[in-house]
Every structure is written in structure tokens, then in C-alpha cells.
Ligand binder design. Structure first.
Ligand code: NCD
Length: 400
């Protein structure tokens, strides 16, 4: 629940997401990124292509120098008033790669909010000095409200800048979905195997005859805190746009943790085959759910949202049926990808460190992918994709 009200924007907030997202687009491009649903399959392909180009260019000094020129006239505000390691640092690294100058506010006690300045006034002030505002807040809907505010300013022909939602309460985390999708695209790119290791591809095709590249025709298993995990909500809504997707949700059977009915109805309405389980050892049509899984997405229990009452219930719960032990990893398909947005909980150990050596453990690569994917997003928001493609072809020419 939000701890402030946004009465001026309630009529906008109360609309269905599918209607709202039109406010955040401009001529086929993103104006702000607030919801996972904005990441359409077409846009995802473009962003993955840009991310791949940035990643290759960053491998050599000439490419790096080109990248640093791309958005050198831009300034970014990182307004992160909720704890963050990966999202904050990967956005900062993405800005540095592209030559964008960054500034940050992480503790609102150091800003004029202590003088009773409203959060929306603070954001409007940032927009006076910076060209993009990347924000994480514990206040649900705050990023969305800031995007409406920027739209109104634009209508009044005043200064307006893109808003990037880097995590809003337990609501949405669209840029995490972006890097998760980039990791999924890279993990399920089987054609690339045919060039390098054709025998590996043939083996895979013999073992899994229906195997196709891409996020479609896949089974995704989400495990842990399904209800309060904003990363699950955002990723599931992006994946729901692809055909023949099956989703397994595995969590303790408790209303604070299991799949909430709103997301469930949305997914079913989008033709996703949805199944819920209360242990990783359950079966479907006689097969273990783990052996049916193409992508395993683990999440930690979001303790910061616990009420004291739920905290004591949780301490009595056996969480071992939700732990990805080595024995359970062994049941996954040979090409499966294991993802986790991180941080993982050292005490619960939902993915114990011994799993890290398994080639299917993608979570550290996933975090690094966040830097490339977020750089690609910034390039898109600043309409610099053509400049990137040009710089990329120049840097290839020079390297041959
Ligand atoms: C997630 C978040 O903050 O929502 N982490 C992240 O951004 N990489 C997940 C979490 O905190 O559990």
C-alpha cells in the first residue's frame, strides 16, 4: 500500500494498465518506462539487438570511446530512496558506458524532503537539472505519478524528462524484467550453437525434439515470494505476450506469498497456462515439475514487507520444499536457465552457493546483463539507436 495519496492523479491511476501504457509511448518509442507490459516482443528484440552491440563494442578501447560519445551531453538523476545494489550500480555503469553524467540521491534526509518538500516537487526539481530520472521508491505508484506529472509539463510546454521505474513498492520492476528477458533470449538462442558446437545442438534436438529458440513455447517456474515479488509480476506480464507459454508458481500456500488473483486472472486472460504448486517436488501429468521446466526463476522471501504477525508465522514455516538444492537442480533440463534477481537470502539459502558452479546457474551473468540491457534502454529513450548502429558498424570496420 502507498503511504501517500495522489488525489490529483487518481483517475489516471485507476485505469487498466493496457490503457495507461499508451500515455508512456511516443511514436512507437518509450517515453517513460513504468510497467513490464510496455516491453512488447518487438521492442524486446530491438533492445536485445542494441544490448548485444553495446556489449561487443565495449570489448575494445575504440568501441568504448565511441560508446562514451553517444550520450555525452546527457545527465541522469539516480533517485533511489529504497535499498539497492544491482539496479543502482548497473544503471550507473550503463550511464558511464554511454558517457552520461550521473548524480544520486539515496537518502531523502539529505534532500529538502526533510523541510516538508513534497516528493513530486523534488522530482520536478530534478527534471530542471537532469535529462532522465531513474527512480526506486517504496511508495507504490510514485514512478507512475511522476510520469503523468512529466506528461502534464510537456503539454504545458514546460521541461519534461523520461522517468524510469527502477522498482516501485511491491508493484512493478520493469527494468529487471528487461534484463531477465535479455538473459532468457541469450540462454535460449540455440541457433548460435549450430555455428560453434553443432554436435551439442544435435544432441539437444534429439533429446528435446520440440526445442525452439526464443522465449516462446517454454515452461517458466517461478518460486518463492510470488505475491510480493515485483520482479515476478513484471517478468510474467512480459512473458505472457509470447505464444505457448506455461507458468508454474511454487510458493508456500499462504495469501501473503502465493500467486495473487489479479496477476493470475491477467495471465489466464493472456492465454498463459498457469499452475500452482506448494513444493518443488510436485508433479504434473506424472512428470516432476522440475523436469518440465525450461527457465527456473527463484526469488527471496521479501521480509521487509512482513507484518509482525506474518513474521512469526513465517518463522514456523518449513521453507525446504522451496530450496533449489543440488538434487533438485539435477532434475532440470540440460539447457535450462536458473535465474534469480538477487539478492539471495543467505540465511534461508533459497539457492545454496554450491549451485553456482552449475552451468545452468545464470544469475551472475543475469546481473551483468543488466548493465548492457539498461544501457540499451537509455539509448532507446534518448532516440540514439541509429547513432549506436552507425558507431557499431564503424567500430567493426576499424577492427578488420
Ligand atoms: C529485486 C528488487 O529490488 O525488487 N532486486 C533487484 O532489483 N535486483 C528483488 C529483491 O529485492 O528481492
Amino acid at each position: 500500500m502507498s503511504d501517500v495519496q495522489f488525489p490529483n492523479f487518481s483517475s489516471k491511476i485507476d485505469r487498466p494498465t493496457s490503457v495507461k501504457i499508451q500515455d508512456f509511448q511516443r511514436q512507437g518509442r518509450l517515453k517513460h518506462i513504468i510497467f513490464g507490459q510496455q516491453l512488447t516482443p518487438l521492442l524486446m528484440e530491438k533492445l536485445c539487438r542494441s544490448a548485444d552491440k553495446i556489449r561487443t563494442m565495449a570489448k575494445n578501447p575504440d568501441g568504448n570511446a565511441q560508446l562514451r560519445n553517444l550520450l555525452a551531453d546527457k545527465r541522469a538523476m539516480l533517485y533511489f530512496t529504497q535499498p539497492s545494489t544491482r539496479t543502482f550500480l548497473s544503471f550507473m555503469a550503463a550511464c558511464q558506458i554511454l558517457g552520461i553524467t550521473c548524480n544520486e540521491v539515496r537518502d531523502p534526509k539529505t534532500s529538502s524532503e526533510v523541510k516538508r518538500e513534497s516528493r513530486t516537487d523534488s522530482i520536478r526539481m530534478f527534471s530542471s537539472y537532469f535529462d532522465v530520472i531513474i527512480m526506486r521508491s517504496q511508495v507504490e505508484k510514485f514512478a507512475e505519478v511522476c510520469a503523468y506529472m512529466m506528461n502534464e509539463l510537456e503539454e504545458q510546454e514546460q521541461r519534461s524528462v523520461p522517468i524510469i521505474n527502477a522498482g516501485a513498492g511491491s508493484d512493478e520492476h520493469p527494468t529487471q524484467a528487461l534484463l531477465d528477458m535479455y538473459t532468457i533470449f541469450r540462454s535460449f538462442n540455440f541457433e548460435s550453437l549450430s555455428v560453434n558446437v553443432s554436435s551439442e545442438l544435435n544432441q539437444l534436438k534429439r533429446r528435446y525434439p520440440d526445442l525452439v529458440s526464443g522465449p516462446h513455447q517454454k515452461t517458466y517456474l517461478f518460486c518463492g515470494d510470488i505475491s510480493r515479488g515485483r520482479t515476478v509480476r513484471s517478468l510474467a506480464t512480459v512473458l505472457a505476450q509470447y505464444p505457448d507459454v506455461r507458468m508454474f508458481f511454487v510458493s508456500p500456500d499462504h495469501p501473503s506469498l502465493r500467486l495473487d488473483s489479479r496477476l493470475k486472472q491477467f495471465l489466464i486472460g493472456a492465454d498463459v497456462e498457469v499452475h500452482e504448486f506448494a513444493s518443488l517436488d510436485e508433479t504434473i501429468d506424472g512428470s516432476p515439475i522440475l523436469s518440465e521446466t525450461d527457465c527456473f526463476y527463484m526469488t527471496r522471501i521479501q521480509r521487509e514487507h512482513n507484518t509482525p504477525e506474518f513474521e512469526s508465522q513465517l518463522s514456523q514455516m518449513d521453507l525446504s520444499p522451496f530450496q533449489l538444492s543440488l538434487q533438485r537442480v539435477a532434475q532440470l533440463k540440460s539447457f535450462a536457465a536458473i535465474l534469480h534477481p538477487f539478492p539471495r537470502d543467505e540465511v534461508v539459502g533459497e539457492i545454496p552457493p554450491e549451485v553456482d558452479r552449475d552451468p545452468r546457474a545464470m544469475y551472475f551473468r543475469q546481473a551483468r546483463n543488466g548493465m548492457w540491457a539498461r544501457a540499451a534502454l537509455l539509448v532507446h529513450l534518448f532516440d540514439a539507436s541509429e547513432d549506436l548502429f552507425f558507431a557499431h558498424s564503424k567500430s567493426i570496420e576499424r577492427s578488420v
